[in-house]
Design a protein around this ligand. Sequence first.
Ligand code: A2P
Length: 286
Amino acid sequence: TLMNDQTPMTDAPAAKATPTLPDAQVVTAVKHYTDRLFSFRVTRPASLRFRSGEFVMIGLMGDPDPKTGKQRPLLRAYSIASPSWDEELEFYSIKVQDGPLTSKLQHVQVGDEIILRPKPVGTLVHDALLPGKRLWFFSTGTGFAPFASLLRDPETYELYDQVIVTHTCRDVAELTYGADLIESIKTDELLVELIGEENLAKLVYYPTTTREQSPKMGRITDLLKDGTVFKDLGIEDGLSAETDRAMVCGSMGLNVDIKEILESHGLEEGANSDPKHYVVEKAFVG
Ligand code: A2P
């Protein structure tokens, strides 16, 4: 079945097609996880510099205007899921069958072109947080993407004693992208060497599901409120503005609810220009 498709990424046959779109990049790999989720990689513009955790606008040419015949780019904000040192760019996407962009984007194949505006921005960056001891990444669904970038960046571990990434999805298959990524960080020789064994010992992965049986069930918000997370992770003192820093990326509901929890423990929202205790990616939808 399509659900939990484990087929490996297909490698690009030296993708060197001449770009025909403005800001065109060539797709180098595509992997489908469920009928709702897929990831893909594209070439990286030589001039593109970004901080792990940032997003860019990507998309495809839209359908011709019925009156004028003109085509306009159809763009959406996508977190870059690959780390800043990677030669290529990776994205993790939802598939919405009647979604203007993702109904088409889900069909991209190796060698196809997408549009990528090379202007990275975003709030999920280390510069927006004050120094701390424990870093939390709270995500639902494809909100895991910016953390896939940050988790492959050695700086993330160098700045903290512990890095805890939580991912809440409806079912187990939807956890696959994140679970595979965590596994690769711990076992891929290149990644282990790059991040460092000592740093990797700081990484804690906390996946939960809400609509299918799995080892840990429930919304992360409920598990924080009833203390389950702290009990599971052996954290005795709970959250505090002194030790804890957080980055949040997920559904609107998650953003609002986590914010309330963090603020109830005294954490304040930061920004690039005003670093504090936690940050939320507001450009993220879905
Ligand atoms: P639930 O199944 O209880 O709605 P989606 O696929 O709809 O984007 O949701 C991804 C995951 O995020 C689901 O497991 C969903 O749980 C969970 N979720 C939705 N809203 C919230 C919220 N306000 N706080 C925490 N988790 C949430």
